[in-house]
Design a protein around this ligand. Structure first.
Ligand SMILES: Nc1nc2c(ncn2[C@@H]2O[C@H](COP(=O)(O)OP(=O)(O)O)[C@@H](O)[C@H]2O)c(=O)[nH]1
Ligand SMILES: [Mg+2]
Length: 78
């Protein structure tokens, strides 16, 4: 729950780059504090949310969009 005195900032971060450079790994490490050496190519888009307590008055929400290096997934729209 958000306190009334807190300000919330939302940032959307698109993580783009060539296939296999470590985009998914660095997002997983940052958000979930874990790392897997097994390679699994991202299909379409993965999405992670990181909430940072920036200071007593400020909450920062990072939306991390993990885009597949080569587009091979379903279209995003239904
Ligand atoms: N040794 C090592 N391997 C990494 C590192 N970052 C990613 N990898 C490996 O590189 C491969 C591709 O990583 P991935 O995050 O899936 O790349 P993406 O295609 O950019 O999302 C995976 O097998 C990872 O385990 C790193 O910092 N060190
Ligand atoms: Mg990936």
């Amino acid at each position: 729950m958000q306190k009334h005195s807190q300000k919330e900032h939302l940032y959307k971060l698109l993580v783009i780059g060539d296939l296999g450079v470590g985009k998914t790994s660095i997002i997983k490490r940052y958000v979930h504090q874990n790392f897997s050496p097994h390679y699994r190519a991202t299909i379409g888009v993965d999405f992670a949310l990181k909430v940072l307590s920036w200071d007593a008055e400020t909450v920062v929400r990072l939306q991390l969009w993990d885009i597949a290096g080569e587009y091979g997934g379903e279209p995003f729209a239904p």
